[in-house]
Write a protein that binds this ligand. Structure first.
Ligand code: HEC
Length: 139
């Protein structure tokens, strides 16, 4: 009897956690996505490194262009049906963000974009930040 009660309690706790997670997920989709201000202080160790930017371009074409588009305009084929739509990197909205904030977003992700913390090394994420800057210059 006692064991059954503990079981029921566990199920209830699991249920409550699932509910909380889904509620915060729904809310997140309605808000503009901004990085925490602490992210602005992360310094880009590869700033101005054109070799890194070239590597970022290759990674970008392999992993990001499908949603964000070849020129970073948010018009990739896999991005067309997404809500919210993929970011358009040539806009002021994106380019006005610090390198640290962009790095934080690539690292953290927000559905439908995944977190790249496990798929890309820190260095590769900075290479991508460099390339996103370059895309911003090609208006
Ligand atoms: C499955 C499609 C998809 C892929 C693949 C993808 N993204 Fe995204 N990305 C999105 C969506 C959708 C958003 C908008 C999320 C939001 O606003 O909540 C986004 C947002 C972003 C933002 C924030 C833009 C802003 O407005 O501030 C950055 C930076 C970004 N992605 C970088 C990348 C990089 C770099 C890659 C490749 C490693 C990548 N993304 C791969 C779908 C994708």
């Amino acid at each position: 009897m006692f064991k059954q009660l503990i079981m029921i309690k566990r199920i209830l706790v699991l249920f409550a956690v699932a509910l909380l997670v889904s509620v915060s997920f729904v809310n997140a989709q309605n808000e503009d996505w901004s990085a925490p201000s602490a992210a602005d202080k992360i310094v880009n160790p590869l700033k101005g490194n054109s070799d890194a930017t070239k590597k970022g371009k290759i990674l970008y074409q392999q992993m990001c262009a499908i949603c964000h588009g070849d020129q970073g305009k948010g018009d990739g084929i896999a991005g067309a049906a997404l809500d919210p739509p993929p970011g358009n990197f040539i806009t002021k909205k994106v380019q006005a963000q610090t390198d640290g904030a962009i790095f934080w977003k690539i690292t953290t992700g927000r559905p439908p974009m995944i977190s790249y913390a496990e798929f890309l090394k820190e260095e590769q994420r900075w290479q991508l930040v460099n390339y996103i800057r370059e895309l911003g210059e090609n208006k």
